[in-house]
Design a protein around this ligand. Structure first.
Ligand code: LRH
Length: 541
């Protein structure tokens, strides 16, 4: 019989998973059944310099991830006998650089590291934000790949070593944007065979020996033209980056290559000749959006995990000045769609707060923290959860206290008050973001779908419904893995049709739970309006 089991490698910023999705049922009634085969921690580590007093660098433990992936795939093969494919997705923007022989030059740096700060001070003078947005349609975040590359000493020493007089990118020999780059690149300076590979592309190249840049994740680099969906040679030149630093693009749903024989042997693949690696929406959010059971253009989504990505699926990018000013991003989705969305800081703030309590000797379980939060007065203290101080790892309760004081609100002082503040503030940000994207895209949102691990947090789902004032439909929880499997299965010919057809498979495969505004007597519209004012330092009304 045909093999119908696909392995999704889904890497999140706090854990990685290998999940097998089996396609069952006949044409028109297919379902996908997910089995979690492996789950492994993903914890970045601070690496100090060996000399001087430079900062420690927050670095991904890539060898541990690679080990987790191979062990997981081996378990998947052992359990399912054969696999019809592998697809890889992960968080966006981060990358490894390989040399002309394909050897990794340094451990990839975590996007929460502060290394881009000096670059950010200069990059917008050189390439004004409106010029960037007009081409890439991308939100401004300190961790955008382009800014990381400009702060990367590997780019400086291995890639940018050709001294130049400034060339086309800097006609008057102005200093480079980056401290790191030796002298900037004239457009077209070769990268000496070095290549930047986003993490899923790097892992895919390790598995297959084929170097490509998958499109959805490429759209988070700041270097992709949002309209043409090709690398922007113009932006590369203006940033002073070599034009051949990036590999050729590939769309999701293609055959990347076959797993190399040496690795196949390690996976115990005796029962099959080859194992294909399919390209999927390798940006986890792109795969998650595939699995959102959207049924109308007026439906919005929240991909709720470490981040909360709040937005709409659109046929075309919105590149207006108003959209740029609101920092709404146009990221590439599967099948030519646009993920028009806002990054909300997400459950990171909660998980990092709990990690902080544990680190100071006051460990608390999530369930107990949520129970304590339930007992706190609704909307007691609300902050702008997207405040930049909440991005790096550290003392979340302390940072929330600073934000509370700055806006003249009661300081959340125990676990319950801190967690209540986080959940209320997240729901408030969903409300603000859904309104913003709806207005800018000209859509009146009447239902919001939530996918990702956050759907297990019923308190947050009800708060979201209360804040948004429209029904919230929660599920599936493993959105990214399911979207990953769906795109593989379609590429392999086991599913057919458009995203709408794939979403019917999602509906058949998942139990969705609807949360109705006010169902548990939560705060009403006026209270959320008032909270919005307070979160930004306005007096309560
Ligand atoms: C979510 C995510 C998000 C990016 C961020 C870096 O995991 O991929 O879409 O903005 O991580």
């Amino acid at each position: 019989p045909t093999c119908r089991a696909f392995a999704a490698v889904d890497l999140g910023a706090t854990s990685g998973r290998v999940i097998v999705g089996e396609v069952t049922g006949g044409p028109g009634s297919e379902r996908v059944e997910l089995t979690e085969v492996a789950r492994f921690a993903n914890e970045p580590v601070l690496l100090p310099p060996t000399r001087g007093d430079g900062p420690e660098v927050l670095t991904w433990d890539l060898p541990a991830l690679w080990r987790g992936i191979l062990d997981g795939l081996r378990d998947a093969v052992a359990r399912f006998g054969r696999l019809a494919g592998v697809g890889i997705d992960s968080w966006a923007v981060d990358y490894g650089i390989v040399d002309d022989a394909g050897r990794l030059l340094a451990a990839p740096v975590c996007y929460r590291d502060a290394r881009t700060t000096p670059v950010l001070a200069r990059v917008f003078d050189r390439v004004p934000a409106p010029d960037q947005y007009a081409v890439n349609g991308l939100q401004v975040q300190p961790f955008t790949t382009a800014f990381q590359l400009l702060a990367d000493p590997v780019v400086a020493t291995r890639v940018a070593s050709t001294p130049t007089d400034g060339g086309a990118a800097a006609p008057t020999a102005r200093p480079p944007i980056s401290d790191a780059t030796g002298g900037g690149h004239p457009a077209g300076t070769p990268a000496g065979g070095a290549r930047v590979l986003l993490l899923p592309d790097l892992l895919g190249a390790w598995l297959t020996g084929v170097e490509r840049a998958e499109l959805t994740n490429a759209s988070t680099t700041g270097l992709l033209d949002a309209a043409t969906r090709t690398w922007s040679t113009d932006l590369l030149a203006r940033f002073g980056l070599p034009s051949d630093l990036l590999p050729d693009l590939v769309a999701p749903g293609e055959l990347l290559g076959a797993v190399r024989p040496a690795i196949a042997a390690r996976l115990g693949l005796e029962r099959q000749a080859t194992l294909p690696v399919w390209t999927v929406g390798s940006h986890d959010t792109a795969s998650a959006v595939v699995a959102v059971p959207l049924s109308t253009p007026s439906a919005a989504y929240v991909s709720c995990g470490t981040w909360s990505l709040v937005g709409l699926e659109l046929p075309e990018p919105v590149l207006t000045e108003a959209s740029r000013a609101a920092n709404v991003t146009n990221e590439a989705g599967v099948d030519g769609t646009v993920r028009y969305l806002k990054n909300v800081m997400g459950l990171w703030v909660l998980s990092e707060a709990l990690r902080w309590y544990a680190s100071v000797g006051e460990p608390v379980q999530l369930a107990d923290a949520l129970a304590a939060a339930r007992a706190v007065r609704p909307l007691r203290t609300v902050v702008d959860i997207d405040d930049a101080t909440l991005l790096p790892p550290g003392d979340m309760p302390g940072r929330l206290a600073v934000l509370a004081r700055a806006t003249g609100q009661p300081v959340p002082s125990d676990v319950g008050e801190v967690v209540r503040c986080i959940l209320d503030s997240l729901a408030l940000a969903y409300r603000r973001s859904v309104r913003e994207v709806g207005t800018l895209a000209g859509r009146e949102v009447d239902v919001v779908h939530v996918v990702g691990g956050g759907v297990h947090n019923a308190d947050l789902m009800q708060l979201a419904a209360d804040a948004l004032g429209v029904p919230v439909v929660a599920g599936p929880a493993e959105g990214a893995a399911l979207g990953n499997v769906l795109v593989q299965a379609r590429a392999a010919g086991l599913l057919a049709g458009t995203l709408a057809d794939l979403r019917r498979v999602v509906e058949r495969s998942t139990t969705l739970v609807t949360f109705t505004p006010g169902a548990t007597g939560g705060a009403g519209a006026a209270a959320w309006d008032d909270a919005e004012t307070r979160a930004h330092g306005g007096a309560p009304t």
